[in-house]
Design a protein around this ligand. Sequence first.
Ligand code: ZN
Length: 496
Amino acid sequence: MKLNIIITLLLTVHLIQAQQPNEITYEIGFSEKPNPHLEISVIFVTDPHSEKTSFFFPNSHWGQDSLRNCLKNLRFSENITETKFSTDSIIQVYHKKGTNAIRLDYTIEQDRGKEITYGNFRRPIVQPNYFHVHTHSLFLLPDINPEDNLKITIDWKTPNQNYHNSFGTNIKHQIIQTTRKKFEESVHIGGDYRLYDQYIKNKKVSIAIRDIWMPFDDTKITAFLKEITNGLRTFWNDFDKEDYLIVVSPMNNFKGKGYTGTGMTNSFTAALSNNSYIKDKDLLQLFNHEMVHDWIGISILNDNEEEQYWFSEGFTDYINFKLAATYSFTKNRNSYFTKKLNVTMLELLISKSKNIKNKEITYEKYWSDYNTQIIPYKRGTLFAFLLDLKICSISKGKLKLDDLLRAILKDAKKNGQKLDHPYFISKANEFLKEDITPFFNRYIENGEDLPLQQTFDQYKLKYELTSYKNKKEKHFENIPKVLENQDNKLLNLLFE
Ligand SMILES: [Zn+2]
């Protein structure tokens, strides 16, 4: 009996200890000399019974390889005997038994290009006057379950420079409590970024912009972002947000039109070519898409990343088109919305990869093949459109895809429900008369041509069929084009 109590007591103590978050401290500083670099120190509380601690620093991430090239001058405390990369993303640190804490120092330097471009946007950018680095290629992270909690302390060591990240701005000393995954998906910037704070229902949205822009000024960028943030929070009915950071950087050396972005925890970062090819509508498209990710992809997590890109990228674009159509800087709602859908139909139907099966869209294929990369966006957008038409028609305009998405968000917030295929099907079925499983299997899983015309005919949506000839003189026939006219009734219902 006594032994049982002792065991119970030991177990309780152990359980309490196990629930304590892992504690890690980072010191970070920025120096221009001899080469621009970030100086990092990591102090980690280790298990004194163990002789080994593992850290996570992925060599390949978001389509980038050899990220380890950016980590230099690794030095460590006396109680560490050896460090070595055991896999592509795990660094093992061997230390003496009885060690309570270890310290590692290193620098992060830029290895490719100079200013931000498409090619290096997702790698560390450390220039003499600014830096832009994602957490996974900046900090050695404890090798724990991504869903486990971390208590992170960050001390900024270069007081004459600005430093901001996804968890705060103008940081000197910062304490963050979050999961490793949420911390991992964040960005750190500093140097000559100009910071503008906006407030939406008392919640701060900080906008960081750098350099001089040719196509627009800071006032226009901040006005766009304020309306978009407000529009999206109203759409999701979700104003209870943490402080949010938006980073806008120019791609100065990019010829022609180009833009890219990444949505992360409480933040997104975007880069655009800084020339007259970039128009307001590009700014709107990019900002709105990335900010939808604050809900789809961040609050509502994919169960298996690329497998649900039809949802996290495709539905994101659909909501983006639908909302952007209603913003004050969009001149004609129906014209904007139908144009976006018509371009999406055309791009999908002329794509070489239009019938790729969903399970063939893997990490390697997605990041290495542009034809594959666009499919989940286009296919998912059109699937969302067809589903919106179905829900709207069945409910005679009372319900829309918007309601299904808000129901999914509610489950994600309440039970941490991830977006997997059986869950999506069962949730969508709550809004439909017929089980959507055969439709889903045929058009999403197997990648058959979506029944665009049949659905438009069924719901009396007005459209015409067009043909298209590509540069190689290849002809494509029967490409539907939805008409924008005001008496296209179902189209209007989608917005009411
Ligand atoms: Zn996206």
